[in-house]
Write a protein that binds this ligand. Structure first.
Ligand SMILES: Cc1cc2nc3c(=O)[nH]c(=O)nc-3n(C[C@H](O)[C@H](O)[C@H](O)COP(=O)(O)OP(=O)(O)OC[C@H]3O[C@@H](n4cnc5c(N)ncnc54)[C@H](O)[C@@H]3O)c2cc1C
Length: 459
């Protein structure tokens, strides 16, 4: 009899892993709590408006993405973002400044002071740090690039990617490539130049040069299509609540619309969030459970608003804008969704996705939702040159009470323990966005490695 692999969680991690295992003819099943595939990927369509409530796009950092898109016959659905999206804005003193993307533009940019520019140029002469592992992103960046670059480039960037704060995140765990540049080459500028050659060999792209992608019907297209391919191997409405071991098999008990059902597995791959996995594995290893419990997920409020184009004074010539914490605003930034991809809104409107909360404003959990939405919209209108009395033509929102895992200082201890646990329990694999990267691209990149790990442990 073939051995069975059961994946907990039908987000992009779980389904990408299932995709490779299915292709390898493994006996694989996915148990998903929700009614549909996707997890954080939720694409909601209503009367001509497409609202991606989680990720709006991914970065094509791995060739595995195209392998999957071709294998799933999604070539017609796959879309790259318009090149207009290469321009990104940062808010400073109430004005949107383009983030300079070349040395020439950097020198001309009004986003940074002359002092900040001179400080950045000194980067190749800054030495390595001694306590690299336990350094925050803020410490690392301030030391190498200066305070102003931290405040007006990295702070908004970290909030755009992680909904996090550079003071809280570990540079080694959150931005391993950045950390490696210093470790390997002694600096970021020198390292970036030298590492390009290495990456080319692996056919991988850096996050700066990778193309942004989505699908005509939104990001959820990818997990939905994998789930459809898996047919009855994808089991929705299966809320895993308990795992027991008997006769060398794992028995997963799940709640299915009020009824408790059981499922047998030889190998379990958990891709459900860390706070879900924690109680499931407590009886096997209480320390693992504590590590999983300690992973912090801040809340994020995502607001989708469409306005008549004629009411917007700001030129829509970019990806959108991010707001540095120093600017003290009620939201984190906005993506100009309909500029990036086709089919996001109606012909006469432009649509935007605003983000609020995050680790910066985690008290949003307790705030009145309507008030938080109104604050963000009021400030957004001012920045975009939309009259304060103009209402959005369409407005929708999604609140994630625990949105994105934060790879905080000391995360390396969790990562080390995950490795240690897997050595003692080789039939349990810990995967998902709390391990090895939170971006869609990282989840896909890691999926094949996880699938190979599972296949090797079947033997
Ligand atoms: C608002 C937001 C915006 C984002 N924007 C971007 C972006 O623009 N670009 C980018 O690259 N990344 C972005 N990310 C990050 C990225 O989308 C996620 O890290 C990634 O989609 C996570 O995938 P996952 O499969 O690891 O986890 P999840 O998507 O969280 O999937 C986990 C799955 O487990 C299921 N589950 C939970 N409990 C159980 C249980 N007991 N039994 C069975 N199943 C269970 C859940 O229902 C879920 O489907 C964003 C994330 C959020 C929340």
């Amino acid at each position: 009899m073939s051995k069975r692999i059961v994946i907990i969680g039908g987000g992009i991690s779980g389904l990408s892993i299932a995709y490779w295992l299915y292709k390898a003819n493994a006996d694989v099943y996915v148990l998903e709590k929700g009614p549909e595939a996707g997890g954080s990927m939720e694409s909601h369509v209503e009367t001509g408006f497409l609202f991606d409530r989680g990720p709006n796009s991914g970065l094509e950092t791995t060739p595995l993405l195209q392998e999957m898109v071709t294998g799933l016959e999604l070539m017609e659905e796959f879309v790259y973002a318009s090149t207009t999206g290469n321009k990104r804005y940062i808010l400073r003193n109430g004005t949107l400044h383009p983030l300079p993307m070349s040395p020439g533009l950097f020198l001309k940019s009004k986003l940074f002071s002359t002092k900040a520019k001179l400080r950045l140029m000194a980067e190749p002469f800054v030495g390595r740090s001694k306590d690299g592992y336990y350094q925050s992103v803020a410490q690392f960046v301030e030391r190498r690039l200066g305070r102003e670059f931290l405040d007006y480039a990295i702070n908004p960037f970290v909030s755009g990617v992680y909904a996090g704060r550079p003071e809280d995140l570990s540079v080694k765990s959150s931005f391993p490539k950045l950390y490696e540049l210093e470790e390997e080459y002694g600096g970021l500028i020198l390292g970036t130049i030298r590492s390009i050659r290495k990456r080319k060999k692996r056919a991988e792209k850096s996050k700066q040069s990778a193309k942004m992608f989505s699908f005509k019907s939104g990001m959820q297209t990818l997990p939905r299509t994998i789930a459809a391919k898996l047919k009855d191997r994808f089991i929705p409405l299966a809320d895993v609540q308990e795992i027991n071991k008997a006769n060398n098999k794992y028995i997963l008990s799940y709640n299915n619309a009020g009824a408790v059902k059981h499922f047998e597995a030889d190998i379990i791959i958990n891709t459900a969030p860390a706070f879900v996995a924690s109680p499931l594995f407590r009886k096997f290893d209480a320390t693992l459970s504590n590590h999983l419990d300690a992973v912090y997920y801040p809340p994020v409020l995502v607001i989708y608003a469409a306005f008549e184009k004629s009411t917007i004074k700001q030129e829509l010539d970019g990806f959108g804008f991010l707001i540095p914490e120093k600017e003290k605003r009620g939201f984190l930034g906005a993506i100009w969704s309909s500029v990036l991809f086709p089919g996001r809104t109606t012909d006469t409107t432009a649509s935007f996705t605003l983000f609020a909360g995050g680790a910066r404003n985690s008290q949003i959990v307790n705030e009145d939702r309507e008030k938080a939405i109104n604050t963000a919209l009021r400030e957004f209108r001012v920045i975009m040159g939309i009259d304060e009395l103009t209402d959005p033509v369409y407005l929708s929102h999604r609140f994630w009470s625990k949105a994105i895992p934060q790879y905080t200082i000391g995360y390396i201890e969790h990562e080390r323990y995950f490795d240690e646990f897997e050595k003692r329990f080789p039939e349990i694999i810990l995967a998902g966005n709390y391990r090895g990267g939170i971006s869609v691209g990282d989840c896909i990149k890691n999926s094949k490695l996880t699938a190979e790990k599972a296949l090797s442990r079947l033997k």
